[in-house]
Design a protein around this ligand. Structure first.
Ligand SMILES: *[C@@H]1O[C@H](CO)[C@@H](O)[C@H](O)[C@H]1NC(C)=O
Ligand SMILES: *[C@@H]1O[C@H](CO)[C@@H](O)[C@H](O)[C@H]1NC(C)=O
Length: 234
């Protein structure tokens, strides 16, 4: 049993260093954030919950956590947590429990303590909701990253995802056309051969700090250290 006395204080110590994520719904509609941990990382909030306009939720993440956050919209769930979302759905359940969101979905991605925290807003899986990431209390660059342009209103022709006549999401060119040059696959599978396209350039113009295609690393990855992070929707 001695090992417990070693491990428990160690966990507590690691816990002190962990990051706090604050999720805020600045939209006018209810959203349902989804959280997918990286491989081998623990679930936060069982992967999903409802967030009303103006509400905030704080979530503690352990040291070394990685994963992604996204916003689901137009959901309806029954009392058992089964239902669907118009965008970002994770298999018809309120608590995504490890599943990711169906594209198109704007992502806020994190890899903590590696040894810096790396974070980005990604449009590689398309766009469905404005997202911002604001670090606080950290050292290093710690830049705020925003993609607040409503790309549903400025979605390039051919990428729109519509519900009746309303655009509710903006697909990536990879999802819309499934071609290697858009997906950075096949002969386009390296940063040298996969270049920006007219579609990724439109995303970049709308959100200069967000990933617009798979190899958009130079202008889209940000670092901070020992910080907390506010993730705003809208
Ligand atoms: C993160 O938030 C927690 C809880 O509010 C606070 O105790 C801690 O000092 C914050 N860390 C930083 C780096 O601001
Ligand atoms: C969308 O279209 C369906 C079927 O055409 C209709 O039943 C529904 O009321 C429409 N929804 C909205 C929000 O207009």
């Amino acid at each position: 049993m001695e090992f417990l006395f070693v491990i428990l204080p160690l966990c507590f110590f690691l816990g002190i260093d962990a990051a706090v994520f604050t999720l805020e719904n600045k939209c006018n509609d209810i959203i349902w954030p989804g959280i997918q941990p990286g491989a081998g990382r623990p679930q936060l909030m069982n992967g999903g919950f409802q967030l009303k306009p103006g509400e905030t939720v704080t979530i503690n993440a352990p040291t070394g956590w990685s994963g992604r956050f996204w916003g689901r919209r137009g959901c309806s769930f029954d009392v058992s947590g089964k239902g669907t979302c118009q965008t970002g759905d994770c298999g018809g359940v309120l608590e995504c429990a490890g599943a990711g969101g169906v594209p198109p979905a704007t992502l806020a991605e994190f890899t903590l303590d590696s040894p810096l925290d790396f974070y980005d807003v990604s449009l590689v899986d398309g766009y469905n909701i404005p997202i911002s990431i604001a670090p606080s209390g950290g050292s290093s660059t710690c830049q705020t990253v925003k993609c607040l342009t409503d790309l549903n209103q400025h979605c390039p022709d051919g990428l729109e995802m519509k519900k009746n006549d309303t655009v509710i999401g903006c697909k990536s060119a990879c999802l819309a056309f499934n071609k290697p040059e858009y997906c950075c696959t096949g002969v386009y599978s390296t940063p040298k051969t996969c270049k920006p396209t007219v579609y990724s350039k439109a995303f970049k113009l709308a959100c200069p700090l967000a990933y617009s295609y798979a190899y958009d690393d130079g202008s889209s990855t940000f670092t901070c250290q020992k910080a907390n992070y506010s993730i705003g929707f809208c």
